[in-house]
Design a binder for this molecule. Structure first.
Ligand code: GTP
Ligand code: MG
Length: 168
């Protein structure tokens, strides 16, 4: 069985932990408890092919940014997370994407998936689908809108990432 290290990155409070815990344990984290660092494991079966994933849930808080470079070095695939309810969290992603390319080498083809969270909070939405689609088209990165609360499209994110990692 292949094993991959996946790193979940994004601003504070966007829903990185809720996404990770929904994927790994199939429960919704209702209460906000800022993360320092948490590692999870899950075996994912895609069309009969089993893959073992270590998912590293990182801190969004600024005081931990020094660790980011280490995380990026250890990661083989990245989930870049922003909240559909917070425009500023989307702007953060371009920095992260560039940092990944700096650390991994400018011309390396790194598996990345972009995720917009909190799709269920319809009335609080700040980021239009068209805005994100322009960006991800430019970046050539697959994109999903998810809800950890409702369990919408969470597995799709990790399946897509594994597919990308398997062909590397
Ligand atoms: P840091 O660890 O500080 O970086 O934050 P985080 O990105 O891990 O955020 P976390 O997953 O802890 O979620 C923050 C808050 O948003 C929590 O109260 C979650 O319950 C809530 N939340 C996360 N995902 C969703 C979602 O899909 N829908 C709704 N309604 N709330 C969500
Ligand atoms: Mg967290």
């Amino acid at each position: 069985m292949r094993h991959f290290n996946v790193v979940v990155l994004g601003a504070g409070g966007v829903g990185k932990s809720a996404l990770t815990v929904r994927f790994v344990q199939d429960v919704f984290l209702e209460n906000y408890d800022p993360t320092i660092e948490e590692a999870y494991r899950r075996i994912l079966d895609i069309d009969g092919v089993k893959t073992s994933l270590e998912v590293l849930d990182t801190a969004g808080a600024e005081q931990f940014t020094a660790l980011k470079e280490l995380y990026i070095k250890s990661g083989q695939g990245f989930v870049l997370v922003f909240s559909l309810t917070q425009e500023a969290s989307l702007r953060e992603l371009d920095n992260l994407r560039q940092q990944i390319h700096r650390v991994k080498g400018m011309d390396s083809d790194v598996p990345i998936v972009v995720v917009g969270t909190k799709l269920d909070l319809v009335t609080e939405r700040e980021v239009a689908r068209s805005t994100i689609q322009c960006l991800v088209a430019l970046w050539k990165i697959p994109f999903y809108e998810t809800s950890a609360k409702r369990d919408w499209h969470i597995n799709d994110v990790f399946q897509e990432l594994v597919k990308q990692m398997l062909i590397r």
